[in-house]
Design a protein around this ligand. Sequence first.
Ligand SMILES: [Fe+2]
Length: 184
Amino acid sequence: MTAETSITDNKINLEMKRLNQILTLLLNEAKSSTVDKRDQTLEWSINHMFSCSQLAKLLAHKRGLDMELSGIAGAIHDIAIIRTGIFKDHGPAGAPMVREILEAYNVNYGAKKGELKEEEIELIVEATHQHTDKKNYTDHKFIELIKDADSLDRFLHSKDTYAFYSVRCRNSLKDLNIDFDEFK
Ligand SMILES: [Fe+2]
């Protein structure tokens, strides 16, 4: 099991309270942005935040990783672009922002929605820091998951897909039992 579930009245619920609250915080921050010069539109950043989070959950399930933590990383990994509008080096730039947001989440919502442990925050911070380095592979399954989900989400949104991104799309789709060549 890669996510906690509850079954009530024959309905099954995945446990995503922390992620759902964090998505609300991120959406509110994006909507209140006053940055007018952006390397990519705020609308794209918002769409990507939600859909990358969902893809990360599915891939996490297939790879035996925690679905909610993967969903959080999928949602928050581009926070530097949302905050500054700048694409260049947004992985390393976003890492301290992720730490700040998740620590504030713990203070303001931890008791009600569930705390993120320090090692969980560290995992998401590290994945954010490294996700822009798509060409290189590590042996860290969580970091690779975010790079892969990010690549696949861009492809599915019809963004330019470079060769090194398409390898990641192929690997991700394979885990979801879809052959990349079916799209040709
Ligand atoms: Fe991304």
